[in-house]
Design a protein around this ligand. Structure first.
Ligand code: AMP
Length: 429
């Protein structure tokens, strides 16, 4: 019986990993330029952490978590990164060490969703969190950073949706207003939304079901009922985004699937590349109450998460030169040993080296050269008994299709000078 990967969980093979590195390096560099430092938290957390933060009446907690029991503890594979980051922030009393904390993270998340293109059960997120700054300038900078980031990796076709969910004063009032609008239309709603009407009416706003969309016609919008500080925050955010020239569209129906959000909420969508129809590649928002909810001090916060697989579908092929690679083809066992020593010297000189160790057991030079071409080596050093006896190495330039014989002592210098000259890498097999 062959064993297959779990449905919705993918292998990322080396041929694709270059694109992942490109994206991760861009993200890391962008986050660090904006003062974020990386945090790494466990993939497994106590189940209660997610129930308390994400919220009981959310799709994630209701039906998507990978939960299990071990050693008497109820545990869950993290479905998102914010809850664990907040737990770590509280647990390590980070607020006593600095007034404002900027963290970023990258890693796998787990949700038992129905797998589809761009939707998996193990998927990767890149995220940022700011703790300790309640003002709308932090929100604007974060949204602007995302737009700059997507443009820098070649995704220019972006839609930035923003909304405000209000705060402690506004939200309960809006929830009631929405419920009042929907109660007389209860029978028109989908079954899910009938249930949400009692548990979490705001979630009905982002339902894709035609019946729910029709029932919402004429419903009050949350930004209409904002007042006081909630309204001031929302207005200032828009002014800041206008000042920065950040493109955005106000979307009063944007709620997103997590309960902990307050005030600013945003989502980035694109239909670039292979993503298909307009699809969310990231989103986030403010969660001013969550740190306290999880047992910490009253510290405001805001964050976002981006979906790596979806960004990779949207991202054009990065234009990167394949790195210079030096292959060594040893002929016979004695030469193979010497090839390993030579490789060590070349690597110490900063080169990437592939020794075809099959040569020790008699692989032919032809076979080894074919492989050197296939792995895009730029040069191949051929080393046999006659070269060893003469104290020389044969250097084949696979791009220029030329060859020279160089004294053993000069090999590292010679290959380094070929690397410095640049030029194309070797051909294909
Ligand atoms: P969320 O954590 O739900 O706010 O999602 C943030 C981003 O993560 C989304 O915009 C998606 O790009 C990505 N994402 C969420 N769920 C999945 C999934 N099941 N598979 C792949 N990407 C996902």
């Amino acid at each position: 019986m062959t064993v297959r990967a779990v449905k919705g969980m993918n292998d990322i093979l080396p041929a694709e990993v270059g694109r992942w590195h490109h994206l991760e390096q861009h993200f890391r560099s962008m986050a660090e330029k904006h003062g974020y430092a990386e945090v790494r938290t466990p993939v497994v957390e106590p189940t209660g952490l997610f129930v308390r933060s994400i919220g009981e009446a959310t799709d994630i907690v209701e039906k998507e978590m990978y939960s299990f029991e071990r050693h008497g503890d109820a545990l869950t594979l993290r479905p998102e990164g914010t809850a664990g980051a907040v737990r770590a922030y509280v647990e390590h009393h980070v607020h006593t060490q600095e007034p404002v904390t900027r963290w970023y993270y990258m890693g796998p998340m787990f949700r038992g969703e129905r797998p589809a293109r761009g939707r998996y059960r193990q998927f990767y997120q890149l995220g940022c969190e700011i703790y300790g700054d309640a003002g709308p300038a932090a929100d604007a900078e974060m949204i602007d950073m995302l737009v700059q980031f997507f443009r820098s990796i070649g995704i220019a076709d972006l839609e930035v949706l923003v909304n405000s969910l209000g705060g402690a004063q506004t939200r309960p009032r809006y929830r009631e207003a929405l419920r009042e609008h929907l109660l007389p239309r209860r029978d028109l709603l989908s079954d899910d939304s009938k249930r949400r009407l009692d548990t979490n009416p705001l979630r009905i706003l982002d339902s894709k079901d035609e019946r729910d969309i029709a029932a919402l016609d004429g419903a009050p919008s949350i930004t209409e009922v904002l007042d006081g500080d909630d309204l001031a925050h929302w207005s200032q955010l828009q002014q800041d985004l206008d000042l920065l020239g950040t493109p955005y569209r106000k979307e009063p129906k944007l709620v997103r699937g997590l309960d902990y959000y307050t005030r600013t909420l945003f989502e980035i969508r694109t239909s670039a590349g292979e993503v298909g129809a307009q699809n969310a590649i990231g989103g986030g928002g403010r969660y001013d109450g969550l740190v306290q909810e999880l047992g910490g001090p009253s510290v405001p916060a805001i964050g976002f998460a981006l979906g790596v697989e979806r960004i990779l579908l949207a991202m054009p092929e990065p234009d990167v030169e394949p790195p210079f690679l030096c292959a060594i083809a040893p002929i016979g066992a004695r030469a193979a040993g010497q090839a390993l020593i030579l490789a060590r010297e070349l690597r110490a000189g900063g080169l990437r080296v592939d020794v075809d160790t099959r040569g020790a057991a008699g692989a032919s030079v032809k076979a080894m050269l074919r492989r050197a071409n296939a792995i895009h080596a730029r040069v191949c050093l051929v080393l046999g008994d006659s070269e060893l006896d003469a104290g020389q190495v044969q250097i084949k330039d696979l791009a220029a299709r030329t060859q020279t014989v160089v004294p053993r002592a000069d090999v590292v210098q010679h290959v380094l000078s070929l690397q410095a000259q640049g030029g194309p890498s070797g051909g294909h097999a």
